[in-house]
Design a protein around this ligand. Structure first.
Ligand code: CU
Length: 121
């Protein structure tokens, strides 16, 4: 009887180790630092036909994310034409990394009077 109890204890201990190990591996994969687009406060909200904030200064290499919180579609288009988002339906987002320094004025491709600027330094 005692032998059987020991076997079960060993089996239980091994299983516990396996689960513990699996848990560690999963945590490593969920590390937020491992994502390709750096998470940060560089967010522009689109609401009431305006970019907010209209002027955003970031560090070179940072990503900016625009989120459409309006009730109509909008589109982010660089004045220079160097980048352009898809048309963003309400609730959709667009991200872009600004890898070189400088001011990038942009506008809405659907409503040209909507304007903003991202400055990377
Ligand atoms: Cu628009």
């Amino acid at each position: 009887m005692a032998k059987t109890a020991n076997k079960r204890a060993v089996l239980l201990a091994s299983l516990t180790l396996v689960f513990f190990y699996a848990g560690c591996v999963q945590q490593g994969q969920n590390n937020p630092g491992a994502t390709t687009v750096p998470a940060g406060p560089n967010t522009v909200t689109i609401k009431d036909f305006a970019f907010n904030p209209p002027q955003l200064t970031i560090k070179k290499g940072d990503a900016v994310t625009w989120t459409n919180q309006d009730s109509v579609p909008h589109q982010i288009v660089a004045d220079s034409g160097e980048f352009k988002s898809e048309i963003l339906s309400p609730g959709q987002s667009f991200s872009r990394v600004f890898s070189s320094a400088g001011a990038i004025p942009y506008h809405c491709g659907i409503h040209p009077s909507m304007k903003g600027t991202v400055t990377a330094e």
